[in-house]
Design a protein around this ligand. Structure first.
Ligand SMILES: Nc1ncnc2c1ncn2[C@@H]1O[C@H](COP(=O)(O)OP(=O)(O)O)[C@@H](O)[C@H]1O
Ligand SMILES: [Mg+2]
Length: 411
């Protein structure tokens, strides 16, 4: 039987813990798969940063990228490799570059998702440029900020149209606070968004290919406690809605890995932040959920590499918009969008692939997450983030949470 090696590249920045675990677990699995009569094995390595000839071939079949959203050299290398060598990358660098929060709100509103009412306002201040003054003098209309606030209703949130990491987000109670926040917003282009309030549950649904995980999220807790450890906190109907929303968003934007935030208010799930295309992957925030992420990442990247999954470099929205234009309730449309999404992710074939080729993953992973390698990876990440006197306490805390996961998932 002919043998082929599939190369997986990790394009990394400050990541410490997850690549260590990803690499070690892949080694431990020691896979040689029979794929269509070929014997396929896998090698993983970290992608370096260096000058490149635009015609330089790319040795990787799949790259898991964590830099595209801010590091341009890697982004452009990734784009080159997709265009010239059919590289498969998570996530699609073009859509990551151009689809900020604002675009995702607009697109999902068109599909009928109950995104809270949102306005975009021109910035308070500008960086001078030659055409700025003539443009503003001629076309910038005076507007009454207070009136827009009244239309949206209070409380509301002011947040950057392309934001992330909670930067520049302000909760606003009244007109006065709105003016004060806007006056301080500088050159950033802001959204004003109706607050979902009160809400009874805040969920982060993490999607990785056709896989998802629901995390009960507590935004008011310190960083290490925001991802709560409870499971079975959602009804079957909630799970269906949230997983479908996540899969649809990810398929629509060509994101293999994304996390979608939604709040439940009066029984309805309101998505508020779902353009997180370089989601949190650190053991210091995911802890109990960290093994799931490593395993989901392995399954999907191995599947993509082994089956030569082709990169959907161009997005195809018209089928979603055709469903959006139909005269039927949102829940029925969501069922139809989700069918498109699962087709996009080749979900049936993926499931069959995992059952055939990775049936031992759960058992191997359960043992692995009790190993010294994992303890060491946790410690390295904690050392990078916490002051010295807290390193032991937090290493122990995250380790114990992962051991709790092992206990809950030991067959
Ligand atoms: N419309 C909203 N209703 C209620 N809470 C909100 C709303 N928008 C933002 N928040 C709160 O502010 C936090 C940060 O806003 P978010 O839109 O998630 O921005 P970021 O992309 O920076 O995470 C959220 O986690 C949530 O706690
Ligand atoms: Mg958020």
């Amino acid at each position: 039987m002919a043998t082929r090696t599939r190369h997986i590249g990790l394009s990394l920045g400050a990541d410490i813990c997850w690549p260590i675990c990803y690499e070690a677990l892949l080694r431990k699995l020691d896979l040689t798969l029979d794929i269509d009569g070929e014997s396929v094995n896998f090698e993983v390595e970290r992608v370096g940063i260096e000058p490149f000839d635009l015609m330089q071939p790319c040795k990787y079949d799949v790259v898991i990228d964590r830099l595209t959203h801010w590091y341009h050299t890697s982004r452009e290398w990734t784009k080159k490799s997709i265009v010239t060598d059919d590289l498969y990358v998570f996530n699609n660098p073009w859509s990551l570059q151009s689809m900020e929060k604002h675009t995702t709100y607009c697109a999902m509103m068109r599909l009928g998702f109950p995104v809270p009412k949102t306005w975009l306002v021109p910035p308070k201040a500008y960086v001078e440029s030659p055409d700025l003054q003539p443009t503003l003098r001629k076309y910038a209309r005076m507007f009454d900020l207070g009136e827009i606030g009244d239309q949206i209703g209070y409380p509301l949130f002011m947040k950057p149209y392309d934001g992330g990491a909670w930067v520049g987000v302000t909760a606003i109670r009244d007109r006065e606070a709105l003016h004060a926040a806007y006056n301080q917003s500088g050159t950033r282009v802001m959204h004003l968004q109706e607050a979902v309030q009160p809400f009874d549950t805040f969920v982060r649904c993490v999607g990785l290919g056709p896989q998802w995980r629901f995390v009960n999220y507590d935004p008011s807790a310190p960083l290490h406690d925001r991802y709560c450890m409870d499971h079975d906190f959602l009804t079957a109907e909630d799970e269906k809605t949230l997983s479908q929303m996540t899969m649809v968003i990810n398929a629509f934007f060509g994101w293999d890995f994304n996390s979608c935030e939604a709040l439940r208010s009066n029984g309805e799930w309101r998505p508020i932040d779902f353009a997180n295309a370089c989601p949190d992957s650190q053991v210091t925030s995911l802890h109990y959920h960290f093994p799931w992420l490593i395993m989901a990442n392995l399954r999907w990247s191995i599947f993509c590499a082994a089956t030569d999954r082709s990169m959907h470099a161009n997005l195809d929205w018209h089928k979603f918009f055709e469903i959006a234009a139909e005269d039927k309730p949102f829940a029925d449309k969501l069922d139809d969008y989700a069918k498109l999404a699962m087709r996009h992710f080749d979900a049936e074939r993926f499931e069959e692939f995992c059952a055939t080729h990775l049936p031992h993953l759960d058992e191997v992973a359960n043992e692995f997450f009790g190993s010294e390698t994992v303890l060491d990876a946790i410690q390295q990440k904690v050392e990078a983030l916490y002051p010295e006197h807290e390193v032991d306490t937090f290493t122990e805390l995250f380790w114990e949470r992962i051991q709790a996961w092992r206990g809950d998932n030991s067959g």
